[in-house]
Design a protein around this ligand. Structure first.
Ligand SMILES: [Zn+2]
Length: 329
């Protein structure tokens, strides 16, 4: 697995096909990672990320490859999660990096947070605008196997309350096999999103429906206006289409998941599970980047539903600006 820094002729052809007549002039990315290796414990990052510094500037350069001729107007950044790292240091580094960005680029950040972290510095960062919400992750539950953890285990109630108080974003990567179709996950999301209605919940990767069949659980959340999904790293159209139908186009937001976006491969549904395929492991060099597969899936879903230009513009920019309070419909 490798993070690509160049694109090839296959990528160019596919990008040209998917962009023409679909990709709007301006794009806001709601799901982008930054990273500064000195805050990470050795061996906690995969070999493909070892030693990498991903600054907002490096990210912008990389995104130019997959958004040909389009203007990236901003991004919502958060540090890449790992099992063992100094979260307060990496959050501080991110705030400093975001402050260096030009005013013409809307650079916003989410603090990476564990259930045992002290809420006070996070609250201060929200109050003075250094961060606009929280990014939680299953690694921080302290268990060796985190595949089946419940929402509250890594996103306890104090995080919801804090985001509610500040009208902030809570970015959640669901766990458990059935993700949003899991009854316990569904009940947690319903209960907490109702109790904290100013908390803007973004369920990453179309509610982590890498197995697209699990996306059907979104139906139960459709009436909660503060629940959104991002499309990051999703390379199948069925789950995106379902999200567009069930939540409506205004609650679906484009995300890249950089640097995962620049891996050659994709995740597919097989039976009742998901399966990541990578070019190197499968000896399939003609695979394209996750970012390009994701755009193709998004276009297919939008076309199938006959979305209007304004709605597509919303997915790629305006919905994100509205969630961040940078744009009023
Ligand atoms: Zn991510």
């Amino acid at each position: 697995m490798k993070i690509e820094t160049e694109i090839n002729s296959v990528d160019r052809i596919l990008l040209a096909e998917v962009s023409e007549g679909f990709l709007p002039d301006e794009v806001f990315d709601i799901h982008a990672h930054v990273m500064e290796p000195s805050s990470y414990a050795p061996t906690t990052l995969g070999a493909h990320l070892n030693g990498w510094t991903i600054s907002p500037a490096r990210y912008r350069e990389a995104m130019e490859l997959v958004l040909p001729g389009r203007r990236l107007t901003g991004a919502l950044f958060f540090p890449f999660p790992a099992r063992d790292h100094d979260r307060s240091a990496i959050n501080r580094w991110m705030y400093e990096e975001l402050a260096k960005q030009p005013a013409s680029f809307h650079a916003r950040g989410l603090a990476l947070v564990s259930p045992t972290d002290d809420p006070r510095p996070l609250e201060e960062a929200m109050a003075d605008g250094r961060c606009v919400g929280l990014k939680t992750y299953h690694y921080y539950t302290g268990r060796a196997d985190t595949s089946q953890v419940a929402v509250e285990e890594f996103t306890p109630e104090w995080m919801w309350r804090l985001c509610h108080q500040h009208g902030a974003i809570l970015m959640i990567h669901l766990m458990r096999d059935a993700a949003v179709s899991d009854p316990e996950n569904r009940d947690s999301l319903l209960r907490l999103s109702e109790r904290y209605p100013n908390c803007q919940v973004i369920l990453a990767h179309v509610a982590r429906s890498f197995n697209h069949r699990t996306a059907r659980g979104l139906r139960a959340l459709a009436h909660r206006p503060n629940i959104y999904v991002d499309t990051s790293a999703i390379a199948e159209s069925e789950n995106i289409r379902l999200a567009l139908e069930v939540l409506g186009p205004q609650r679906v937001l484009y995300g890249s998941d950089y640097p995962i976006s620049h891996v050659r491969g994709r995740c597919v549904t097989v039976g009742d599970q998901m399966l990541w395929l990578y070019a190197e492991e499968n000896k399939a060099p003609a695979m394209t980047l996750v970012a390009i597969e994701s755009l193709i899936a998004l276009r297919f879903a939008c076309t199938q539903l006959g979305l209007r230009t304004k709605e597509v513009r919303g997915i790629f920019r305006d919905n994100a600006l509205a969630v961040l309070g940078l744009y009023h419909r």
